[in-house]
Design a protein around this ligand. Sequence first.
Ligand code: IYR
Length: 225
Amino acid sequence: MKHDGHISLNFTRLSLEEQLKRSRQFLDDMRKRRTVREFSTEPVPPELIENAIATAGRAPSGANQQPWTFVAVSDPAIKKQIRQAAEVEEKESYERRMSQEWLDALAPLGTDWHKPHLEDAPYLIVVFRQAYGVDEEGNRIKHYYVDESVGIACGMLLASLHLAGLATLTHTPSPMKFLSDVLNRPENERATMIVAVGYPAENATVPDIHKKSLDEIMVTFSADA
Ligand code: IYR
């Protein structure tokens, strides 16, 4: 089939040896990723944040609508506002809104309503999904597969930050409406998550939890018997 307006693909074919090397290296690197909840206040070079957001912006998206906005916050006054508003919501959640089943599921992680990382981490990347687009005349444009698209972009964001030697915490205070107010975002944008970014605090610990093995997550229907 011929597609008008298409251009030729610029695809680099690698040797098998190179494919395996890169694939194993990436897996090895990603095996070292851990979510960190205690951050040092040491600053992070802004280019690492810019490169990670630019990487996230390369994600595939429904109809290539790129329905995302990444707000990078390092201003301490704004981080403080976010922390205060998040802790109000989280306190209500932990003390009243969350079910016992949910609290039990979170127990191994050791979380509670205190969110010091929102001020300690030198950067907060607040990810917004664009529920719909708006054209120049102010008309609504329907967006497709927004959650999937933003989820993929967030995965690429986290991978970039990890490969750049940074620690992250994906944080979803609930409800998140306050982020639109504090960060002055338009009505079509809804906060999806906060990614706190920085270096781990000197004595940071992580829960002793494990990822499922390949066997547990992969099912194959193989060509060879
Ligand atoms: N939003 C709360 C609760 C929370 C929920 C899940 I699911 C987690 O994996 C971790 C925390 C909080 O951020 O503490």
